[in-house]
Write a protein that binds this ligand. Sequence first.
Ligand code: SF4
Length: 165
Amino acid sequence: MLSLLLRKLKIGRLTEKVRNSHLSQGSSDLPASFRQSLHIRHLACGSCNACDWEMAALSNSLYDHQHFGIDFVASPRHADLLMCTGPGSTHLLKAASETYEALPNPKWVMAVGDCAIDGGVFKGAYACEEGISRILPVDYKVPGCPPTPDDLMKALLEMMGKEVS
Ligand code: SF4
């Protein structure tokens, strides 16, 4: 706990002002029809909730995800992308698989945060996987503990093949 506190003090505030220096985007694997709008279902799978709060910050006036055609939906049946947080808690594995199956094709999975990528701080813990990729086919990874909203926004825009200045 002390080490986490010291790390937090060292890293400082994570919800920083958005920068006007987004990556110049490469080609996207998404079909062109997905480049104007993207519907996302958030799947929390045993996270500490910090990643989830950084995702929630995408809707504030700094990041304004809807301005870019990105929106979060309540049902996986309306989603193109599953944004997963957490290492994959054992008791949620069935729900995670069923949620993924409910997405219509084509569909993509994004692992948000170190936990979702490889277990992160929960690596080796009982009752969870070491990353969501043990359960679902992950297409995109956004590292960080947690990743900043800026990181998330860049990843989403990169995925959509959008260029942002
Ligand atoms: S990556 Fe870090 S912030 Fe995100 S759920 Fe795991 S412990 Fe929490």
